[in-house]
Design a protein around this ligand. Structure first.
Ligand code: 2DT
Ligand code: MG
Length: 194
């Protein structure tokens, strides 16, 4: 499923632009630490690189998402889907500016999370993809491939709405349907270095 077909490639011929590298995976799959490691590595090589994550909690939309995730508010599944997407849209122009200025962005979760988690709840696949149309297409998607059971063994699991083993099993199945040519699968390993 080419979800990135729905996204807009950003001036592909401009070699001085930064790369958009997205990390995806189940909760507790190690995305955050892997993103951080690559940022340090690229910075060490003298590249301009920033670590971003979605949802971005610093915005008012992001705060609504946080309240929902920690069960402090209840929202219809379609409504929260739009909020996650709106949270990417509100960062789109800044993302474009940074990439065009030559900064590489390492992003922890993107449209794939939006579609995998909402379709795992039973929402329609095409409907879920629609609000992602026009966002910037990633150059590379790194999927951290951990089993839901292994992820559940990791520390701090279960504190958030989506951290339920049965639900994460469904998310894993839906992620597999999204895999396309921009994906690089990475088997989970605690000591991995990127
Ligand atoms: P983390 O902070 O643990 O990554 O949790 N999610 C995320 C969605 O359902 N849709 C989205 O568009 C995005 C970006 C994944 C974020 C949680 O929210 C889910 C887990
Ligand atoms: Mg999480």
């Amino acid at each position: 499923m080419e979800i990135s077909d729905n996204c807009t490639p950003l001036s592909a011929n401009n070699e001085s632009r930064g790369a958009l590298v997205v990390f995806e995976g189940l909760d507790r799959s190690g995305k955050t630490s892997q993103c951080g490691r690559l940022v340090s590595y690229l910075e060490g090589l003298g590249h301009s690189v920033e670590l971003w994550r979605f949802p971005d909690r610093t915005t008012s939309v992001g705060q609504m998402i946080s309240a929902y995730r920690t069960n402090k508010s209840q929202l219809d599944d379609h409504t929260i889907h739009f909020l996650f997407s709106a949270n990417r849209w509100e960062k789109r122009s800044m993302m474009e500016t940074k990439l065009k200025a030559g900064t590489t962005l390492r992003v922890d979760r993107y449209s794939y999370s939006g579609v995998a988690f909402s379709t795992a709840k039973g929402l329609d696949f095409e409907w879920c993809k629609a609000p992602e149309i026009g966002l910037i297409a990633p150059d590379l998607v790194v999927y951290l491939d951990i089993t839901p059971e292994k992820a559940a063994e990791r520390g701090g699991y279960g504190g958030e709405r989506y951290e339920q083993l049965e639900f994460q099993r469904k998310v894993a199945q839906h992620y597999k349907l999204l895999k396309d040519s921009s994906w690089k699968m990475k088997v989970f390993c605690v000591d991995c270095r990127l």
